[in-house]
Design a protein around this ligand. Structure first.
Ligand SMILES: [Zn+2]
Length: 432
């Protein structure tokens, strides 16, 4: 059988893994793999079975979201692997890593295998399960880490629930190091944060809502750094939101510790002022913080102290979110809008295009040891085409997640993914 080839012609390619910064390149894909990136003129449509014209579009390696909640098994009324990965490919993502707080919790090899099988059957993109640190996220007994890794778990995390017992966390890091996977920490002191539903500060006073102080985050980030130093395990701090936590991470990195970190689009864009209308679509853990914190995480992303943008895509149904602010669960969706929302930061020159794309491709691939996030020769041809000029309305009609809990619903956004490809196969086409 002859090998099938596709030429993506005339697009501007951004590939941080090769230092290609928005230069015009024609991309030739043969048999699902990247064959070559050529300057214009070297390849013609005669070189390929199919030619895609990508004038005025940007070409990225397929984006990788290392922090999503797909809710399957058990919470399919909020999201399924099918609906969550459909929203992902519409957002330019070709790989997602899903957190373990499903029902049952992904704390055994069987659940990990189930998620992989469902993703293969129903998924629109690659799905990499993250196993639980402890059984049922109980914070005490270690889960079946080896078995989960064998079935394809790429990291362990009790995300949603902090592991408060430092000895348990130490043992988890020792195991994880053996299996050469990172531990992802939801760094929030459970006792100190408890009851707090908004950032503790001026806004919590003004609104009369109980505060969750950024100290809750800083305490656990400091502990994770100490345990990282003790064990030598790779430790990744999820959804960093506080200025002092950033300072701690910066110092740990300067020391040479294997610490990495992520920030969500909402912590980059919004502050606790957004909670003013008691909108439950602005309630998450950690909470939206002050403008000073927001500027600090943005600067840290720009200078590489924070490695990754990850969405913490956390679907909740109307029945969950449509209650009093105090009672509504934490979390918002964001995988479909992440690229457009963070593109605002690029347009305002808070973030260079290269750091932006690196934080969504090469960096998460490195942290999770995935052979993706690059357009080098021989890599699986996972990529997305992006029209930086296109405007689109993010609304119920265009939202592809099963849930609607986004604070950006109803906004007009700039920058649109026009198609997404995995192994040279078009898995999403805008408007189709
Ligand atoms: Zn979390």
């Amino acid at each position: 059988m002859s090998k099938r080839s596709i030429l993506i012609q005339g697009g501007k390619v951004f590939d941080p893994s090769q230092g290609i910064r928005g230069e015009e390149r024609d991309v030739l894909i043969v048999d699902g793999k990247i064959e070559t990136l050529e300057i214009p003129g070297n390849l013609t449509s005669g070189n390929a079975d199919e030619t895609i014209l990508a004038q005025n579009q940007w070409v990225f390696p397929g984006l990788i979201d290392m922090h999503v909640h797909l809710r399957e098994p058990g919470l399919e009324y909020k999201e399924t692997i099918a609906s969550g990965t459909l929203a992902a490919v519409a957002g330019g993502f070709t790989s997602v890593a899903c957190m373990a707080n499903t029902l049952p919790v992904n704390d055994t090899a069987i659940i990990t295998a189930f998620i992989k099988a469902r993703a293969k059957e129903n998924g629109h993109c690659r799905v990499f399960p993250i196993g639980a640190v402890t059984e049922g996220l109980n914070g005490e007994a270690l889960s079946e880490i080896g078995g989960m890794v064998e079935e394809g778990a790429v990291a362990i995390s009790d995300d949603g629930m902090p592991v408060m017992n430092s000895l348990v966390m130490r043992r988890a890091m020792e195991y994880a190091k053996n299996f050469q996977i990172p531990v992802i920490s939801h760094a929030e002191d459970y006792h100190l944060a408890q009851g707090g539903i908004i950032n503790e500060g001026k806004m919590s006073l003004e609104l009369g809502l109980p505060g969750n102080p950024s100290a809750a985050e800083e305490i656990l980030v400091a502990r994770e750094i100490a345990l990282c130093r003790l064990t030598g395990c790779s430790v990744h701090i999820a959804h960093v939101s506080s200025k002092l936590a950033v300072d701690l991470i910066r110092r740990a990195k300067a020391e040479g510790l294997p610490i990495t970190a992520e920030v969500t689009p909402h912590h980059l864009i919004l502050t606790d002022a957004a909670v003013k209308g008691y909108n439950t679509y602005c309630k998450m853990a950690p909470p939206l913080r002050s403008e000073e914190d927001r500027m600090a995480v943005l600067e840290a992303l720009a200078d590489g102290t924070i490695d990754v943008i990850a969405t913490d895509h956390a679907p909740h149904a109307e029945v969950d979110k449509n209650q009093e602010f105090e009672k509504a669960p934490n979390g918002i969706i964001g995988i479909q809008t992440a690229l457009s929302k963070t593109f605002e930061l690029v347009q305002k020159e808070h973030l260079s295009p290269m750091r932006w794309i690196e934080s969504l491709t090469q960096k998460p691939a490195e942290i999770l040891n995935l052979p993706h996030g690059s357009l080098k020769k021989g890599m699986a041809a996972d990529f997305a085409l992006f029209d930086p000029q296109a405007l689109w309305n993010y609304e119920e009609r265009t939202n592809l997640s099963k849930s609607l809990n986004s604070p950006h619903l109803g906004e007009k956004l700039q920058g649109l993914v026009t198609s997404t490809w995995i192994e040279g196969r078009r898995v999403y086409e805008q408007g189709k």
